[in-house]
Design a protein around this ligand. Sequence first.
Ligand code: GUN
Length: 298
Amino acid sequence: MGAKIIDGKQVAAQIREELKAEVIALKAKNIVPGLGVILVGEDPASKSYVSAKEKACGEIGIFSDDNRLPAETTQDELLSLVDRMNKDPKINGILVQLPLPQHIDESAILLAIDPDKDVDGFHPMNVGKMVVGEDAFLPCTPHGVIQLLQRSGVETSGAHVVVVGRSNIVGKPVANMLLQKKDGANATVTLCHTRTRDLAFHTRQADIIIAASGWPNTVTADMVKEGAVVIDVGVNRVEDASRERGYRLVGDVDFDAVKEKASLITPVPGGVGPMTITMLLYNTVESARRANGDYCTE
Ligand code: GUN
């Protein structure tokens, strides 16, 4: 029997409708959530992410201050822009698109962002708060994964989740978030990575697999227990001469084969992808509320 497909576009659209209503309510109090976006350089994937973020802000009524800087921008120039945004009361969230060019120290930039405007959840202050279970901006892709699980009715409490990949953006935070003593978490978590011996031994025991390795076909059907839930965070370009643009997008999971064994699975594209930007919008609206002393989350 084939797996049910988790439709990330549909879940994202539902959350965006909820956010649109919240933005309308904030605007009635003269509060307009604002997001500062900074892209340095010409990386094609980053350019398309940033354009999608700007468009999504417009659609739900968030003001977006877009800054596209040349690849030669110095670290000091970037720091001054971050500083200007830190001080600007119209900006509730700051997003510096990663990766940055080699000559810029990424951690120095992330550290310079005011933690109260860190809607990416990458500042060590927010990472630390998340790990100890305090309120913090949660990083968008892992938060999106958890929303997809919750809104698809997947029970994580007591479940064995195997995360494949230990990046700072996905693997480490999603593992930490799922082991918290909180609703929507309470899982037993195994975090696998490139030095894990016998990856399949671990994934075969998983009730839920979260694939975030960054390589196509990292998770194949023989590595999946019958009835497991499979969340594919990967976005990989593979050459495809039959497509006009010369490539197609695939995840980290061998989707066609794994969907025959899983009970629920996310596709690529159209699974986790639409959730990342949605949770960025969520954090920006939340930040605008907090900045104005409005904690109401009805
Ligand atoms: N690059 C890839 N994913 C992300 C993300 O979620 N935020 C930022 N700022 N850069 C990224």
